[in-house]
Design a protein around this ligand. Structure first.
Ligand SMILES: Cc1cc2nc3c(=O)[nH]c(=O)nc-3n(C[C@H](O)[C@H](O)[C@H](O)COP(=O)(O)O)c2cc1C
Length: 355
């Protein structure tokens, strides 16, 4: 079976090419993920590293699906499989609680990201498969060729999400862009004859149909998009944060990869190989150009929180994770429009190529 046929067989409501929305921590809640799936994409709910609220988020998703007028409702009614995925940050998420939630709610996919080391998430893959009889598919987000090969060999994943350095939020500090990473991953798997036909989804810098078309040309079957969905109507995001995405342009200089944005929030448990890409603000400038201590920066961050929406902006301090694609996002849109636009524009772009 081709990678596209595999995706259509596993997620029958989805359109080609596949648009998946990223499980953005605190932002990708049930309304966003359900809207993306209803539009023919695959929405991921953020499970994150603290899964104590996961069951109530999944319960909300079930209620939304039951009221839905889209095909996703029939899929759920006839299969009992939730037409959304759940993303986990494996360095912190509790395995037992997560498995209990997956067994009860049966999402169509889980997305693993950020294990302390690669084989760490093997028990996750085994237990998810065991409690859902293989119905919940295993997606793993990787950021290097070596990670892709190691995951393919150890976990027998169903999908690899190949995350490049343009991605918003966390990713590997040492990383390549998808332009080299996707084809090199594909070649490496083919050479080793391990999971050679596995669907690859590109992640990092894709915010429109042109990026999607490029991803397909590189060998991916679709894309996982985060930054574009920050500026969607359904994102659970502060207005001050959301307004920064269409404001910022020229993402290579308006965003930066750094650990500062976690340090000022006191989030210190990410494995050392990760940092995060966010829009440059005072926290970063004071730390990197001004040599401000983490202690002082954290205290100022706490003060900034009291300002609410005014706490976000280039001269403010609150963390604004977003990718280099910010310059291509000019307005907030309903998630369904994002999905439809990306698919249509990708098709038009590919048809318009005359070489
Ligand atoms: C604000 C934000 C939060 C994110 N949180 C998560 C997360 O909790 N889990 C995860 O697997 N990926 C997370 N990501 C990364 C995405 O999975 C994905 O790799 C990235 O958004 C793709 O790049 P793009 O932002 O350029 O579309 C996050 C991304 C952003 C922008």
């Amino acid at each position: 079976m081709s990678a596209n046929s595999t995706l259509r067989a596993h997620y029958p409501w989805t359109k080609t090419p596949l648009v998946a929305s990223a499980p953005m921590l605190n932002i990708a809640t049930a309304p966003l993920s359900i809207s993306v799936s209803e539009a023919g994409g695959l929405g991921f709910l953020a499970g994150g590293y603290d899964v104590s609220g996961l069951e109530s988020k999944l319960e909300q998703a079930v209620q939304l699906i039951k009221q839905s007028t889209f095909r996703t409702r029939q899929v759920y009614a006839s299969t009992g499989i939730l037409p959304i995925g759940v993303g986990f940050l494996n360095w912190g998420a509790d395995l037992t609680k997560s498995i209990a939630a997956i067994e009860k709610y049966r999402p169509c996919a889980v997305l693993f990201f950020g294990p302390n080391s690669i084989p760490d998430d093997l028990p996750w893959a085994e237990q998810v498969r065991a409690v859902t009889h293989g119905k919940t598919k295993i997606w793993v987000q990787v950021g290097t060729v070596a990670e892709a090969v190691a995951v393919a060999e150890a976990l027998d994943p169903d999908v690899l999400v190949v995350q490049g350095s343009d991605a918003g939020g966390h990713g590997l500090a040492r990383s390549a862009s998808i332009i080299t990473l996707v084809p090199e991953v594909k070649d490496a798997l083919a050479r080793r004859n391990v999971k050679a036909g596995i669907p690859l989804l590109a992640a990092g810098g894709i915010v429109d149909g042109r990026g999607m078309a490029a991803s397909l040309a590189l060998g991916a079957s679709g894309a996982v998009m985060g930054t574009r969905f920050l500026a969607s109507s359904e994102a659970a995001i502060a207005s001050g944060y959301q307004a920064e995405v269409p404001r910022a342009s020229d993402g290579g200089i308006s965003t930066v990869r750094s650990t500062v944005y976690d340090r000022v929030r006191g989030i210190l448990s990410w494995p050392a190989r990760y940092d995060g890409r966010g829009i440059i603000n005072r926290s970063y400038i004071d730390a990197v150009n001004g040599g401000m201590s983490d202690e002082e920066n954290r205290a100022l961050y706490q003060e900034e929180l009291k300002k609410g929406d005014a706490g976000w902006g280039p001269n403010a301090r609150l963390t604004t994770y977003a990718g280099t694609g910010v310059g291509l996002v000019d307005k907030k849109l309903p998630a369904a429009e994002v999905v439809a636009n990306v698919i249509q524009e990708a098709k038009d772009t590919l048809q318009g190529l005359r070489i």
